[in-house]
Write a protein that binds this ligand. Sequence first.
Ligand SMILES: [Zn+2]
Length: 490
Amino acid sequence: MGAALAAIAILVCGTIAAAASPPSTVTPAPTSGASSVAPSRQKISAQAPPPKPIDWDKVTKEATDLLSEYIQINTTNPPGNEIATARMLKEKFLADGIAATTWEPQPGRGVVAARLRGIGKHTKSIILLSHMDVVPANPKEWEVPPFSGQVKDGKIWGRGSIDDKGPGVVELMAMLAIKRAGILLDRDVLFVATGDEEEGGKNGAQWFVDHESDIFSDTDSLLNEGGGIRAQPDGRKTYMVSVSEKTPMWLKLTAQGVAGHASDPPAETSVTKLVRALQALDEYKTPVRVIGPVEDYYRAMGEINHRPKQFLNLNSALKDPAYLKQFLADPSQNAHVRDTITPTVLSASNKTNVISETAYAEVDCRLLPGSDPKNFLKDIKTAIGDDSIKVDVILNFPPISSPTHSTLMTAINQLADRRDKARVVPMMIIGFTDSHYFRQKKIVSYGFIPVEITAAEGKGVHGVNEHIGVKELTDGIQRMVELLKTFGGR
Ligand SMILES: [Zn+2]
């Protein structure tokens, strides 16, 4: 990201409308610009009346309406158009006297941040992160129009209801509920919603981290998408907390040859060279490696489900060739224990009788934490065995994990025990989220939104008929309030 981008960033609006909410001992004097969401050293008096009870029926109605409205603003990426949702979320915070600011990293793109001030006893804040952009949805494949935000059968339907507008609403409504009840937290809570996550975050989280790091200079913890609550077959709940992610290493392979007419082809063309390289990659098998969080995850799953016994010690079980073959036959299990190599884009001539000078392929490789990108690239080139094939890296960032033990994990454990008698399972996810941008800044970042999603509902993510239960949404807000009260020290 160059300096040019910083120059065109537009600070859309940063004034806070504190007058819109009743005066409160935790509302600092209004300031303007991004400074309104920046950290402050000012300690606020903890002298306040006891918290008021939260009207959960009202919160449910408000959260449902907000999510429905949020889904109706089409933020399909590309192009994203997240500035519209950023403004909507900002207004929602301002109406309750919570300082909020939006930025426009590129025309139409958006980032929004809001800060609920604590009493300043803890100097470190927590970020509640979400993304506002969504993946495309084809209305022809859906039972309900994907951007209708329809509420029926106790569910809110639409693209983004789970990924990731629903979680954003859980985070926002929890902050509003805490503010309205007059609950004074020891820490500040910072809400950040970015754009462009679905395309890698260059115009979203990456821009924010590169250009507005002052906003979160006091942050040591973060919650984001990537994990949540799953019910096991016996009805018990499990809190899945993502502490680590695989890292993308996207490659472009380019082959050159002589252009010409296909009626008198040379022995070798750009296309035949590229096909040979891809064939070699297909035959190349990356080594199997079970990293700590993956071993722990399978052991926990084996204990929870009482099967299969091999999960209890995956590392030694995979030494049996027959079991290894069976285990790797499942694509998700395979991806948990190996770097993967997947050709996805192919391009050469666009005419049957024309030999193209250039042919290229894009290959989506995903590396386990601990895999060295440089060595991986070297192995790829060795496997291809043809120096004339150009290999360019089009996306990569350092593999990075968060520790399994932290104050935040302790708070999640307390919530799991108190609220659901649930077990907490730290894990690695095989996809990637915006968390890595913040992990690189040494912020303990967990993929965990305390909402219960069924396996069937999970299929709606990037799929069809995405929806979230109204009750699950409210339960998620309640859990988030509890979690922030615990983690916030109150
Ligand atoms: Zn997402």
